[in-house]
Ligand binder design. Structure first.
Ligand SMILES: Nc1nc(=O)c2c([nH]1)NC[C@@H]1CN(c3ccc(C(=O)N[C@@H](CCC(=O)O)C(=O)O)cc3)C=[N+]21
Ligand SMILES: [Mg+2]
Length: 284
C-alpha cells in the first residue's frame, strides 16, 4: 500500500484562514518583529516567506535587516527596545547568527511573553515541566500534522532522528507529553536502521539529505520529514528518500510542502497568542 501524503501546504491554507478570522475578532492587530542579520540567501528567502504569510492573515510585521558585522551589543539593545515596545507582540531573531554573536545571549534577551519561537530557556524549561509555554514552531507544526491525520501518539513508539535544540529535542518532548515511548537517535547512534525500524512514528530531523531510506522504515509507519536540504540545483529536498519510503510507510510528509509551511503557520499562531497576552501571568 502506498503512503497517504500529509500536505502541510493544504493544512496550512486551512489553518491560516482560521487564523485570519480570529485576528479580525481581536481588539489589537498582532505584530511581529523579525531581526535578520547577514546576507545568507536562504535566511532572506525564509524571512520573505514569513513576511508574506503575516500579511496574508492580517499580522503586522516589521523586518529589521542588519549587516553580518552588527556588534552583539547593538543587537541586544535592539531586542531590549522591542521588548519594551508595547506595539510589538512577537520577536523572532532569524538563525543562524554570525559567529561573533552568542546565540544564547540573544535568545535569553527576548522577554518570554514575546518569544514566539519558544527558544528562550524559560519557555524550553516550561515545556519540559509540562507548563503552558511558547512551543517551537516546527515541533508544534508536526504535532498538528499528526493530529489531523488521526495519529494518536499514546503508547506508540516514536523515534526522533536528530537532537537539535530547535526541532529534535522539543518534538521528542511533545511526543512524550502525548504518552509516546520516545527514542532519540543521532550521528553517534549505532545501527540506526534497527532502531528506526521499530518506529510507529518516525521523525527525520537530522538535516542530511536522503538519509532515511525504505530500510529504515517499518511497514505503515508515520514518517515526518523535517529536512530542508538545498541541492546544488536549488531544489529543496528532505531527509527522507521520498519515493521508496512512500511505498512502505502508512503516512508521509513531502518536502517541500510539508513541515516547512506548517512551521510558518505555527509562527503566525504563536504571534496571535502573544498578542492575546494570555500565555503567562507575567511578561518576563
Ligand atoms: N529563529 C528562527 N526560527 C525559525 O523557525 C527558523 C530559523 N530561525 N532559521 C531557519 C529555520 C528554517 N525554517 C523554515 C521555515 C519555513 C520553511 C518553508 O516554508 N519551506 C517551504 C519551501 C521554501 C523554499 O522553497 O525555500 C517548504 O518546505 O515547502 C523552511 C524552513 C525556519 N527556521
Ligand atoms: Mg504501506
Amino acid at each position: 500500500m502506498t503512503a497517504t501524503i500529509i500536505s502541510g501546504k493544504e493544512l496550512s491554507e486551512r489553518l491560516r484562514g482560521e487564523l485570519a478570522d480570529d485576528i479580525k475578532e481581536l481588539s489589537v492587530q498582532p505584530s511581529l518583529a523579525v531581526i535578520l542579520i547577514g546576507d545568507d540567501p536562504a535566511s532572506h528567502s525564509y524571512v520573505r516567506g514569513k513576511e508574506k504569510a503575516c500579511a496574508a492573515v492580517g499580522i503586522h510585521s516589521i523586518v529589521k535587516r542588519h549587516p553580518a558585522s552588527l556588534p552583539e551589543e547593538e543587537l541586544l539593545a535592539e531586542i531590549e527596545a522591542l521588548n519594551e515596545d508595547s506595539s510589538v507582540h512577537g520577536i523572532l531573531v532569524q538563525l543562524p547568527l554570525p559567529d561573533h554573536i552568542s546565540e544564547n545571549a540573544v535568545l535569553e534577551k527576548i522577554v518570554i511573553g514575546k518569544d514566539v519561537d519558544g527558544f528562550h530557556p524559560v519557555n524550553v524549561g516550561r515545556l519540559l515541566t509540562g507548563k503552558k509555554a511558547f512551543t517551537p514552531c516546527t515541533p508544534l507544526g508536526i504535532m498538528k500534522m499528526l493530529e489531523i491525520s488521526g495519529v494518536d501518539p499514546k503508547g506508540k513508539r516514536a523515534v526522533v532522528v536528530g537532537r537539535s535544540q530547535l526541532v529534535g529535542r522539543p518534538v521528542g518532548q511533545l511526543l512524550l507529553n502525548k504518552d509516546a515511548t520516545v527514542t532519540y537517535c543521532h550521528s553517534k547512534t549505532e545501527d540506526l536502521a534497527s532502531v528506526t525500524r521499530e518506529a510507529d512514528i518516525l521523525i527525520a530531523a537530522a538535516g542530511r539529505a536522503g538519509m532515511i531510506g525504505a530500510e529504515h522504515v517499518k511497514d505503515d509507519a508515520v514518517v515526518i520529514d523535517v529536512g530542508v536540504n538545498r541541492m546544488e540545483t536549488g531544489k529543496l529536498t528532505g531527509d527522507v528518500q521520498f519515493e521508496p519510503v512512500r511505498e512502505k510507510a502508512g503516512w508521509l510528509t513531502p518536502v517541500p510542502g510539508g513541515v516547512g509551511p506548517m512551521t510558518i503557520t505555527m509562527l503566525l499562531h504563536n504571534t496571535v497568542e502573544a498578542a492575546r497576552g494570555t500565555m503567562f501571568d507575567v511578561q518576563s
